[in-house]
Ligand binder design. Structure first.
Ligand SMILES: [Zn+2]
Length: 344
């Protein structure tokens, strides 16, 4: 029964990683998601959107404009975006020229077809736009930190080889990857392997790599609880499948209700047996809201325990969520977690 519920998640997700090297000093905040996302959005719109702001706001524009397809759904805060940023995880803030950083994008469904724009936008982000505070030069024309894109990879954490080279600064060409997207089959096989090795009561480690910000019943979840995490996760997965699935999921709301009715009683059986989370108090600037926006969330690790039968029903969406992120500001990189057992 459970398998049937989740087969509706016909997602194709591509993970891109960019290795960059700073060419000037770069000053970034401790959490880098908003900054990288802002620079990326800016450069895409400037380089690839010929429209005026009025034209851009018209319905249907994003269907024909790659830049706005990727970014302009912003005007509707409820709309899913076809990507989530994976920010550099270091909390250092001041980088001299020559420093190396890594960031990434996870692309949902058709966004992958825009790869040439994406690579080119990342290059312009480093060479033209710059990132972070204006610290380079002097006077009124101070510039943001610059970088060079050294290499781009498509990652496939669930298969071998784990990554394939897409682009390298030395070769100036784009390679066609063989491994392609993370698909439902990869998720299924990973779940089976994990479950085969699991005793009758299974333990799962969730590691929060960026702040997890979950709102439940109008309140911010400041202590990790599994049920709200699970609810927000499954909602997000179904809405992503509705907009970017292959084929797009029809009637996602009804499908979601059905899945929740079947699985919520099981989710309630999951216990948090060790809570090693901590609250990272963060603020970010929202260009949409034109004001500071609270972005704090849970970091660290939660150890969960449940009967194996529960994990058999719930593991698929939890595996997917590693690549979609969960909770608020996923597009800016928040809510990125991983399951400990897979990566180590
Ligand atoms: Zn546009």
């Amino acid at each position: 029964m459970e398998d049937k519920l989740w087969t509706r998640l016909t997602l194709h997700i591509h993970l891109l990683t960019f290795e960059i090297q700073t060419t000037t000093r770069m000053v970034l905040p401790p959490f880098k998601g908003s900054t990288f996302r802002g620079a990326w959005k800016n450069v895409l719109t400037r380089a690839y959107c010929p429209a005026t702001p009025e034209e851009r706001a018209r319905p249907g524009h994003a269907d024909t404009c790659p830049a706005c397809y990727l970014t302009e759904r912003e005007t509707d805060p409820e709309a899913r975006k076809p990507y989530a940023l994976r920010p550099p995880l270091t909390r250092e803030t001041d980088f001299p020229p020559g420093a190396r950083l890594t960031f990434g994008l996870t692309l949902f469904g058709p966004a992958w077809l825009l790869l040439p724009y994406i690579l080119s936008a990342v290059k312009s982000m480093g060479e033209v736009q710059g990132v972070g505070r204006r610290v380079v030069g002097s006077g009124p024309h101070k510039r943001r930190g610059r970088f060079r894109l050294e290499a781009a990879y498509v990652e496939h954490p669930l298969r071998t080889p784990l990554r394939e080279l897409l682009y390298t600064a030395g070769q100036k060409m784009v390679f066609v990857p063989q491994n392609g997207a993370i698909t439902a089959q990869d998720i299924q096989e990973t779940a089976q392997a994990l479950l085969a090795a699991m005793p009758l009561t299974g333990t799962l480690h969730l590691r929060f790599r960026t702040p997890l910000r979950i709102v439940t019943q109008g309140k911010l979840m400041r202590t990790f609880a599994f049920v709200p995490f699970y609810q927000r996760l499954v909602e997000r997965l179904f809405l992503i499948a509705q907009e970017f699935g292959d084929p797009p999921l029809e009637d996602a709301r009804a499908a979601l209700r059905e899945v929740m009715t079947a699985t919520l009683p099981l989710a309630e059986q999951v216990q948090v047996v060790e809570d090693r989370t901590w609250w990272w108090d963060l603020k970010g600037y929202s260009s949409r809201l034109k004001r500071e926006q609270p972005m704090g969330g849970l970091m660290g690790e939660a150890v969960l325990q449940a009967p194996k039968a529960v994990w058999e029903a719930l593991l698929l969406p939890i595996l997917w969520g590693q690549f979609t992120h969960v909770g608020k500001n996923a597009v800016k990189g928040q809510g990125w977690y991983e399951i400990g057992a897979i990566r180590r």
